[in-house]
Design a protein. Structure first.
Length: 254
């Protein structure tokens, strides 16, 4: 039977949250497919796509890496892909430095310090208010950014239970992630876009996220257009990360 409410979907997602347990000094390795709206030059607008692998130090003590293999870009509705868009098959990679300051940290050791209950996690979400008037949207956004993160099972479950408490979330139903996998989605509408989380329709494990245009005038794109999307393919643990060059304008990790 299909779930009939946001609460039911997120309860099932919480029950399916796997948790990941890297040791000190190890790396969390995440493989995903990503899509996002990109601008090129004065008038170039297209949908960038890539298969991405990240190596993030589990305790924020070591250099990590990010590697993106560019996939065939998609045209933005009504436009052609600009000639300067990254070619399919080309690879970009750069170093990830340990993060200074807790606000920007995305590592397992930091996530393990977050609340392990729904109300506490919701309070944490609300520490990121954003610049707009809809504070519930910013709580939803903060939670969705943690939905696929590697963290202990207790915190992972709390993320989905906290999202259940955000007023305004809605059941979307059938959806596809950036890898084309079928799922069931819940979402929140803001500024003409519906920001969705997508789950496996059988196991309710997390698949990915996407933003879909629901109001063409507000979003500046035809209704139904998928602008940004992710598909989380795997999350594993490794003892080391590949050595890569610093990214643009990045000299060292000192």
């Amino acid at each position: 039977m299909k779930p009939v409410s946001v609460a039911e979907v997120l309860d099932l997602a919480a029950a399916a949250a796997p948790g990941v347990t890297p040791g000190p000094g190890q790396f969390v390795v995440t493989e995903s497919v990503v899509q996002d709206q990109m601008f090129f030059g004065d008038d170039g607008r297209y949908l960038y796509r890539a298969k991405r692998t990240t190596w993030i130090s589990s305790d924020n003590t070591k250099k990590g890496a990010i590697r993106s293999e560019n996939l065939e870009p998609l045209p933005f509705p009504g436009r052609a892909v600009p000639t300067g868009a990254p070619a399919a098959g080309s690879v970009d990679e750069h170093m990830l430095c340990p993060v200074k300051g807790d606000v920007a940290r995305q590592d397992y050791a930091y996530y393990a310090t977050l609340p392990a209950d729904a109300q506490g996690m919701l309070t944490y979400f609300r520490k990121f208010p954003g610049g707009g008037a809809d504070k519930n949207y910013y709580a939803w956004k903060a939670g969705t950014e943690l939905a696929g993160a590697a963290m202990p099972m207790a915190q992972h479950k709390a993320v989905f239970q906290a999202l259940k408490l955000v007023p305004g979330a809605q059941l979307v139903g059938d959806a596809q992630d950036a890898a084309g996998r079928a799922g069931v989605a819940v979402g929140y509408v803001y500024n003409g876009l519906r920001f969705e989380l997508i789950f496996d329709p059988v196991t309710f494990g997390y698949l990915g996220s996407r933003s879909v245009v629901v109001d063409a005038a507000q979003a500046g794109a035809p209704a139904g257009t998928q602008l940004a999307a992710t598909a989380q393919l795997s999350v594993t643990v490794s003892d080391q990360a590949p050595a890569v060059k610093p990214g643009p304008k990045q000299q060292t990790c000192g």
